[in-house]
Design a protein around this ligand. Structure first.
Ligand SMILES: Cc1cc2nc3c(=O)[nH]c(=O)nc-3n(C[C@H](O)[C@H](O)[C@H](O)COP(=O)(O)OP(=O)(O)OC[C@H]3O[C@@H](n4cnc5c(N)ncnc54)[C@H](O)[C@@H]3O)c2cc1C
Length: 509
């Protein structure tokens, strides 16, 4: 038997690592275990969205992620015989510090998160699968297996970040309705000869489906990502066997890219599914990331949504011991995050159908519409507001929790558009005699109280070490906005009143 912890995180993918990091940054004693024997595995995700960078920023990892990323990717969109250049490095999205597409392999994301976690004294325990779990009145007892033996860990909460085949979901008895997708995805890291522009992402929307060739290979210069009709019933989620070089070449030829595969560092086929867990919580067991939702890679949403689940849950699990309303705090996680996943499931299904459906109607439509779209594409791409609109949706910048039980207003309404539950935008503000961006102020773990210019100095019940108070000279009025550790407004009021004390106590601050 080992010393109890506040949070046992099962799974050290991007979701588990982000969750552990955020919980540790908010004072929780954390352990992270993973069944894998070692951290390295080929990347699946290649895109990190703006909202993900925002929620990770208070955890001190964003600069390191950006230093490894391509934040001004050059893209060539191949539509029929035409090639349309696309630049996604400076989009018209003024309320975020990251108005660009960010290309970065999942392996790099995991490496940065694991290093930040190690800096906080938490080492991932590899080769340690979760066995059984008992959730009783005194907390959770989890059996871990390692080196042929077992260990019982007691924890206040257990976070199941253990992917699509989640053991935690199974032991919690949480349903997993949905279905497998017909097309599969082929991934390969390859060397290519031919005339593909180097350092550029090539995207082909063709009759056969979607093909992307991106300069983000691991062990070889290029990563190929292609959809195709599945030839057999590979189990969903797990990587299938490597592909013969001939099949990779056929995919490139079918997409009309003039390139020859000269070397293959790694390849795999992945069967996909569309599913959403029926609950995100069962007692003290919680689900996050792929353990809670599975969909296609269309739009690059899986890892991003998982990390955003993680940063919605980590601080809650750290705060629950001091919260005066622990059930409201914990239940609000599912109330906020499950509807986000349901919407994402619908969006990714639609996108995936458009880019990869293998039925003759969809294939014919793609095959004939893509060339017709080519002359229109430059016109559409020049509409900066339209492109920004699409970017906001995929980057999840407008995700909010207005209906959350944790979204509260004070006795006096506060003017302005920001409502409890909304993402706090990265506005220009004036604070401590200087002009700055708001997210610079919020870039520390904890709850941030943004006092309007004429709000009273005395803020009730601000006792927590992780409560930071900022007075915004640029914000006229006598009110306050309380910003949660994941960057959403939790409480807004036109006056600093007793309701604020309730809210702070409820979030354990
Ligand atoms: C082709 C492809 C492309 C993609 N591209 C993108 C993209 O661009 N952007 C994006 O956001 N997403 C993308 N995704 C999705 C993304 O890869 C996943 O959503 C992401 O890996 C989920 O992270 P996770 O941490 O929730 O789960 P996982 O990464 O699956 O991690 C789960 C971990 O739990 C461990 N585990 C499992 N069972 C146990 C157990 N019993 N005990 C202990 N440990 C256990 C596993 O070993 C694993 O390390 C893509 C997916 C595919 C297939």
């Amino acid at each position: 038997m080992s010393p109890p912890v506040d949070v046992l995180v099962v799974g050290a993918g991007p979701t588990g690592l982000a969750l552990a990091l955020q919980a540790a940054a908010h004072g929780a004693r954390v352990r992270v275990v993973d069944a894998r024997l070692q951290p390295r595995r080929p990347s699946r995700a290649m895109i990190v969205h703006a909202r993900t960078l925002e929620v990770l920023r208070p955890l001190g990892v964003t600069a390191d992620l950006l230093a490894r990323a391509d934040t001004s990717p050059a893209v060539e969109l191949h539509l029929g015989r035409s090639t349309v250049p696309v630049r996604l490095g400076d989009l018209a999205v003024p309320d975020t510090a990251f108005p660009h597409l960010t290309l970065l392999g999942q392996q790099q994301v995991e490496r940065v998160l694991a290093a930040a976690l190690a800096d906080r004294g938490v080492q991932v325990e590899w080769g340690t699968p979760l066995g059984t779990v008992a959730d009783g009145p005194d907390g959770v007892a989890a059996v871990l297996r390692r080196d042929g033996g077992s260990e019982v860990v007691h924890c206040a909460a257990l976070a199941g970040c253990d992917g699509v085949d989640s053991t935690v979901r199974a032991v919690a008895g949480i349903g997993w309705p949905g279905a497998r997708a017909r097309p599969e995805v082929v991934l390969a890291d390859v060397d290519l000869a031919g005339d593909l522009a180097a350092g550029t992402a090539h995207v082909v929307v063709g009759r056969g489906g979607l093909m992307m060739v991106v300069a983000l290979g691991e062990g070889a210069p290029w990563r190929m990502i292609a959809t195709r009709a599945a030839s057999d019933r590979l189990p969903p989620g797990t990587g299938g066997p490597p592909l013969p070089t001939r099949e990779l070449q056929d995919l490139l030829d079918g997409a009309g890219l003039s390139a020859r595969v000269t070397d293959v560092a790694w390849s795999s086929r992945i069967a996909l599914q569309h599913r959403l867990a029926t609950a995100y919580r069962a007692g003290r067991l919680f689900l996050a990331g792929d353990a809670a939702h599975a969909w296609s890679p269309a739009g690059g949403q899986g890892m991003n949504t998982g990390i955003q689940d993680a940063t919605a849950l980590g601080w809650r699990l750290a705060a629950v011991a001091t919260s005066t309303a622990p059930e409201v705090l914990l239940d609000s996680y599912e109330a906020e995050r499950r509807p986000v996943a349901a919407a994402m499931l619908a969006l990714t299904r639609l996108l995936f159908w458009g880019e990869s459906a293998t039925d003759p109607v969809a294939a014919t439509l793609r095959g004939s519409l893509a060339p017709l779209a080519a002359p229109l594409a430059p016109w559409v791409l020049a509409r900066r507001r339209l492109v920004a609109r699409g970017f906001r949706v995929l980057a999840q910048l407008d995700t909010g929790y207005r209906g959350s039980p944790l979204a509260r207003t004070g006795s006096t309404p506060r003017s302005g558009r920001l409502r409890p539950g909304d993402r706090v935008p990265d506005a220009s503000v004036r604070c401590q005699g200087r002009d700055m961006r708001l997210h610079e102020l919020l870039a520390r773990p904890g709850v941030h109280l943004l006092l309007d210019r004429d709000a009273p100095d005395h803020v009730p019940s601000v006792v927590g070490r992780l409560v930071h108070v900022h007075r915004l000279a640029s914000s006229p009025g006598r009110g306050v906005v309380a910003v949660r550790p994941d960057g959403h407004a939790g409480f807004t009021s036109g006056a600093v009143d007793a309701e604020l004390s309730w809210w702070l106590a409820a979030v354990g601050a």
